[in-house]
Design a protein. Structure first.
Length: 273
């Protein structure tokens, strides 16, 4: 009885040991041949899984950054990568390679997710700050606006002038204003002029104060060169204000459409799954 049990164990051992072909990395030729042997024993679907898994495992120790790629030309570096890759797949079956690749990809995903969650948090904070900025900028009231162009004594170009009146209803002193000026005729989709501009305010605008500034845009810009049609109106949108210390008080420019798309992409990939 004992002999029969022992014989069964030995037979089972050899069946298990020999049932699944393994990768032989003792030489490049044997490695290639053993991989081909494994592939022949697999279904089409599993063969594709195995081929993909081989790449993941073999190159799992390689950093594909510019520095590492440049280092491949150094003596011994490429050979070292090759030997490390062979060691990672040595004596493994197809199932073991596929399983190892799955673990590696899961680890990579978790590392990526950790970084992504940090970026998501930063972008959410940036978005929240931008939303607060919108409310803060509403407290800057644009009053009287004037845009005119005069003939220049020393040039054929017209000399543009912007006169802008602002009231500061925030609780902070404002030193610099950033704005978008638009000159447009009602009924026309494309404005005659749409330009960013910014200016320092002499002495600033304290909370509750009103300021009128006269600006002289570059005569060679569209302010001086654009052909403006009849019945055009001039509007100004305040997009950023800086304080007396030079720091930003509020800005809708801080959270761009690119930022928003990046945030949505990260949330879709790492959270909304």
């Amino acid at each position: 009885m004992f002999k029969r049990i022992l014989a069964s164990i030995v037979i089972a051992f050899f069946i298990i040991g020999c049932g699944s072909p393994r990768i032989d990395t003792s030489s490049d030729e044997k490695m290639k041949a053993s991989i081909e042997e494994i592939k022949k024993s697999l279904s089409d679907e599993k063969r594709k899984d195995f081929e993909d898994a081989l790449k993941v495992v073999y190159f799992s120790k390689v950093n594909f950054d510019l520095k590492s790629i440049m280092a491949l030309g150094a003596e011994g570096t490429a050979e070292k990568i090759k030997e490390e890759g062979k060691a990672l797949i040595s004596n493994k079956t197809a199932d073991e390679v596929i399983s190892e690749a799955k673990k590696i990809k899961e680890k990579i995903f978790e590392e990526e997710k950790k970084k992504a969650l940090e970026e998501i948090k930063a972008l959410e904070e940036k978005k929240e700050q931008a939303q607060k900025s919108v409310e803060e900028l509403k407290k800057i009231v644009v009053g009287d606006l004037t845009f005119n162009r005069e003939k220049n004594q020393y040039s054929s170009y017209l000399k543009p002038t912007i006169i802008i009146n602002l009231k500061n209803n925030t609780d902070k002193a404002i030193a610099r204003v950033y704005a978008v000026g638009t000159i447009k005729t009602e009924g026309r989709e494309v404005p005659w002029i749409k330009e960013d501009f910014n200016y320092m305010i002499d002495g600033g605008i304290e909370p509750g104060e009103t300021n009128t500034s006269s600006l002289s845009p570059n005569m060679f810009s569209s302010w001086g060169t654009a052909n403006i049609g009849e019945n055009a109106t001039f509007t100004v949108k305040i997009v950023r204000i800086d304080g007396a210390d030079g720091n930003i008080i509020a800005s809708i420019q801080e959270f761009s459409e690119k930022d928003n798309q990046r945030l949505e992409d990260l949330k879709t990939k790492y959270i909304n799954k």
